[in-house]
Design a protein around this ligand. Structure first.
Ligand code: GUN
Ligand code: ZN
Length: 428
């Protein structure tokens, strides 16, 4: 099989740049190389060394572009692709007005197929090689997403979104059917090719305790699966949960009491957490997923990246399409930067890039396998043009180091900045 040698600037990590000094674990080579063999990264090194060691490899010279791991979107809703950027509502009204009517259409397999394909193509155009998606209550929506991902050889995580209350007719399952359908889909897709199944109760307001317990039991039977849901996104939502569950200590407790709190749990948003919830998340090891464009767009609040990371809680980064207002993980990094600024912390570009790649991969328990430019990782790669528009280019020419050259692309870049994407060792 042909080996490929990608030449350019390379960015890689040997540890978590949020945990200590980012400089200690961040590696930039201005004349670097990545050797791709089959679906894997076979070696990393300097262009000179790897060219000499692999004289027959096919050369892909990206010049001054930055070669990074492909972006990993740790929380999104592919069925919301067609209604992204819907105006004027906060969470609960937004769900009822825009989201639920759109999700209703995913019982139609051909519609689901079309949106799944479109979503994955848009994601790839933005340099995102892994998506973690909520589907709809319809099993067809799950088959459509995993099928479209398999067609593109993409590593994805997804699950049937379960709802048995506070959702319109036609968009509710039951405790039993949620268990049965999720189990059947999990057995069909989990570990098939690059697919991983995530058990997916939408959030406490739309799942009865019976449904939550049924899904908790399913997770207990399949502990290697991820479980994804939403937590403490908006204050009205939290008040609603309190009203529905006066017996619970807090929002997180509604999950914990049903067996839905665990190390492989992914809790989206997590903005307005109580001290006890933070303590429990830190103890158990559940991961939080920060969705910054969504949090500003829907008006949810300011995620406490520095405080939660200081507690040792794992945090991934995500678009939350279509509550999020962009498909771009560059735009998502920019919003994470802005929210952290509003909370008094300036996230470094090295930290932002890590969050969008390896940080997210770690929350999915796929660290080292995806989201990393490292020997043995999947060759899911994104090549970033650091001068993709005149506005970015004029700023980048003034840069004195990589970070100053990269930051304008993080803040102002979009799909035009993605020069090339590689998926499982194949250039797309
Ligand atoms: N909470 C429950 N469902 C959703 C959803 O689809 N999007 C967002 N942003 N929050 C939710
Ligand atoms: Zn979400």
């Amino acid at each position: 099989m042909t080996k490929h040698l990608l030449l350019g600037q390379t960015l890689s990590y040997s540890g978590d740049p949020m945990a200590g000094d980012w400089q200690d674990v961040t590696h930039h080579d201005s004349a670097g190389a990545v050797l791709v063999d089959g679906g894997q990264i076979a070696a990393m090194g300097s262009a000179e060394t790897l060219r000499r060691a692999h004289p027959h490899a096919k050369i892909h010279d990206y010049g001054d572009a930055l070669i990074s791991a492909g972006f990993v979107d740790a929380h999104m809703h592919y069925p919301q692709t067609a209604m992204i950027a819907s105006w004027g509502k906060r969470l609960i009204d937004w769900l009822n007005t825009y989201t639920f009517p759109e999700e209703m259409q995913f019982g139609d397999r051909s519609y689901a197929d079309a949106v799944a394909a479109r979503t994955l193509d848009i994601a790839l155009a933005h340099g995102t090689t892994t998506l973690t998606s909520f589907c709809t209550i319809h099993p067809e929506s799950v088959d459509a997403f995993f099928g479209a991902a398999a067609d593109r050889d993409m590593a994805v995580v997804a699950g049937k979104t379960c709802m048995d209350r506070n959702a319109p007719d036609g968009l509710r399952d039951t405790a039993q059917s949620a268990y049965d359908d999720s189990k059947a889909l999990l057995e069909k897709w989990h570990g098939k090719g690059r697919a991983s199944y995530a058990i997916t109760p939408r959030f406490t307001p739309t799942s009865t305790p019976d449904q939550m317990h049924a899904l908790g039991a399913l997770w207990g039977e399949h502990p290697d699966c991820l479980m994804q849901t939403h937590l403490s996104e908006q204050v009205d939502e939290i008040a609603w949960v309190r009203g529905l569950h006066p017996e619970a200590r807090d929002y997180l407790d509604t999950y914990e009491s049903a067996g839905l709190l665990g190390e492989r749990g992914l809790y989206g948003h997590a903005i307005h957490l109580e001290p006890r919830e933070i303590d429990r998340l830190a103890e158990v090891g559940g991961a939080l997923v920060h969705c910054p464009t969504s949090n500003t767009f829907i008006g949810s609040g300011l995620f406490d990246m520095a405080g939660l990371r200081a507690r040792g809680i794992s945090v991934g980064l995500a678009t939350d399409t279509g509550g999020g207002s962009s498909f771009s993980m560059l735009r998502t990094m920019a919003a994470a930067y802005e929210i952290a600024q509003l909370r008094g912390t300036a996230l470094h570009p090295a930290q932002l890039m890590w969050l969008a790649t390896e940080g997210s991969a770690r929350t999915l328990h796929m660290g080292g396998k995806i989201g990393a430019l490292a020997q043995g990782a999947a060759a899911d790669i994104c090549v970033i043009d650091l001068a993709s528009t005149p506005a970015i280019a004029q700023r980048a020419t003034r840069a004195t180091d990589l970070w100053e050259a990269l930051f304008p692309t993080i803040m102002m870049g979009d799909d035009r900045a993605i020069a090339q994407v590689w998926v499982n060792g194949v250039a797309r």
